[in-house]
Design a protein around this ligand. Sequence first.
Ligand code: ADP
Length: 248
Amino acid sequence: KQDLTSILYLDGVSVSFDGFKALNNLSFVVEPGEMRAIIGPNGAGKTTMMDVITGKTKPDTGEVFFKGGIDLTKHDEAFIANLGIGRKFQKPTVFESQTVFHNLELSLKGEKGVMTTLFAALNDAEVARIMEILGVIRLTEKAGDLAGSLSHGQKQWLEIGMLLMQDPDLLLVDEPVAGMTDAETEQTADLLRDISKTHSVVVVEHDMEFVRALNSKVTVLHEGSVLAEGSLDTVQNNQRVIEVYLGR
Ligand code: ADP
């Protein structure tokens, strides 16, 4: 029953906390190279879903297949991160007292990045990789600035860049535009669309204008399962979605 062509396949995933079903037989598929927006009211299960994918929470039932055949529910968080799943939490965590460039350098090979910095110069390919990522995250001009001097939005982009340095197959992004200016929000949609040309991306977000700008398929979660799926217009016109968002 595995879907061998998908990058991510949640199959009948349920998670209970003290008898309360945070995820209730949740199933959905993300194809390679796809960007998917996940929306849903507070308590719908979005965070729990991300926790299950990254191995932070083990489901009571169901399976989570990555790259076709790997059942993530059998593995721990560190193993799953190394498989090629990068998760961007809502709050940016960058090294404020280091330059933007150095932040990316430190992410190059995880702990080996620290070794590289201390004991060896970067090789040409590594420098080229950092320059490429700087372009993707719109921070080329800021390469030599301290990360602590960046705006909130720029710090979010830097953290996305730090994840990209690890070259994940799947990027999970949790409410990236919370607290951003309108201009930053718009640029974040552009940036994620660029990234989705080479990576699969799952974005959890509340901001509907931003979700519209992503121009991706949308999955609406409600009470721990999929309420609707399709283009933003399709799901926004879905009667059950309207009832959930506007109150019946
Ligand atoms: P969302 O991210 O969509 O707002 P969550 O996944 O955070 O939803 O939560 C789904 C439901 O599960 C909520 O009702 C929440 O209170 C509950 N929940 C989440 N995590 C826990 C936990 N660790 N213990 C108890 N209840 C939890």
